[in-house]
Design a protein around this ligand. Structure first.
Ligand SMILES: Nc1ncnc2c1ncn2[C@@H]1O[C@H](COP(=O)(O)OP(=O)(O)OP(=O)(O)O)[C@@H](O)[C@H]1O
Length: 273
């Protein structure tokens, strides 16, 4: 598939190179009006990793995720400071094409959000928006991504039926397929399984695990067992002095078996949070 308009296509000045890691934040802070949601987050992720963002409600995990594809541009009263590098892209550069960026850095939300269209059109619509209009090409991509998420055999005979008729788990897999169709490099997932029943949650979790190495995945989850099962590394956020802080990040073995910080030890063992 031909990729159209990568976020850097028209902006050579949008390039960053302040770390060898793939995804990096430096002194990243975000406030809503006067309220500091999180501050001073320094974080590094290698390409192809699955990283679990964990921590109690309100510590800024979703807000942190939203900075990475500049979804925060859409929030009124939201101010972000610091630096973000993804690959060679300087995400904070105001000249970044945010539409193209969100193609490279896709987002999956807690509640599946299919468009009120057919299954076929749910995937075709964003592809058309990005300039892919050839019918054969669309059919090919749609079949490929539906196979990638294990949905093809379940829906191949009803591609023209409404996506809203799918189960919650099928809808979430469709939303992941919709993101994959745009060939992102990074997937941001905000509690993608938490609105699903246990069986569907397990299927989506297995799907996410199968995407390891092909995409860099940051997943917010309150399910510590899930974080241990699918993540390579984890990052614990916590509210300290009224705002979110990154307390500790590292391989999942470190976070859950040999944490360096007492808050991590308490949270990972289920004693706090
Ligand atoms: N759009 C917004 N406007 C104002 N305040 C917000 C907004 N979104 C989040 N906040 C506040 O910012 C803080 C961090 O919220 P955020 O949703 O990022 O935390 P979280 O760790 O993801 O929580 P949860 O696990 O419950 O989803 C909270 O105090 C929240 O009330």
């Amino acid at each position: 598939m031909t990729k159209t308009s990568p976020a850097t296509s028209s902006i050579s000045s949008g390039e960053a190179n302040f770390s060898n890691s793939y995804l990096v934040t430096r002194e990243l802070s975000l406030s809503y009006g006067d309220r500091l949601a999180f501050e001073d987050v320094n974080f590094e992720v290698d390409r192809g990793e699955i990283v679990a963002l964990i921590g109690p409600s309100g510590c800024g995990k979703t807000s942190f995720l939203s900075c990475l594809n500049r979804l925060t541009d859409l929030f009124p009263n939201c101010r972000v400071s610091g630096r973000i590098q993804i690959g060679s892209l300087d995400i904070m550069n105001p000249k970044i094409d945010s539409i193209a960026l969100r193609r490279q850095v896709g987002m999956i939300f807690q509640k599946p959000n299919p468009f009120p269209f057919s299954i076929w059109k749910n995937i075709a619509f964003p592809l058309k928006e990005h300039g892919i209009k050839n019918r054969d090409c669309l059919d090919e991509i749609i079949e490929r991504v539906l196979r990638d998420v294990g949905l093809w055999d379940e829906v191949k005979d009803r591609l023209k039926s409404s996506a809203l008729g799918l189960s919650g788990g099928q809808q979430q897999r469709l939303c992941i397929a919709r993101s994959l169709a745009l060939e992102p490099e990074v997937l941001l997932m905000d509690e993608p399984c938490s609105a699903l029943d246990p069986i569907s949650s397990g299927i989506v979790e297995d799907l996410i695990a199968s995407l390891r190495r092909k995409y860099t995945i940051l997943i917010v989850t309150h399910n510590l067992a899930q974080a241990k099962r699918i993540a390579d590394s984890a990052a614990l956020f916590w509210v300290q002095n009224g705002s979110g802080r990154l307390i500790e990040s590292g391989p999942v073995e470190q976070i859950f078996n040999a944490p360096k910080h007492s808050i991590t030890a308490a949270y990972a063992s289920g004693m706090r949070g």
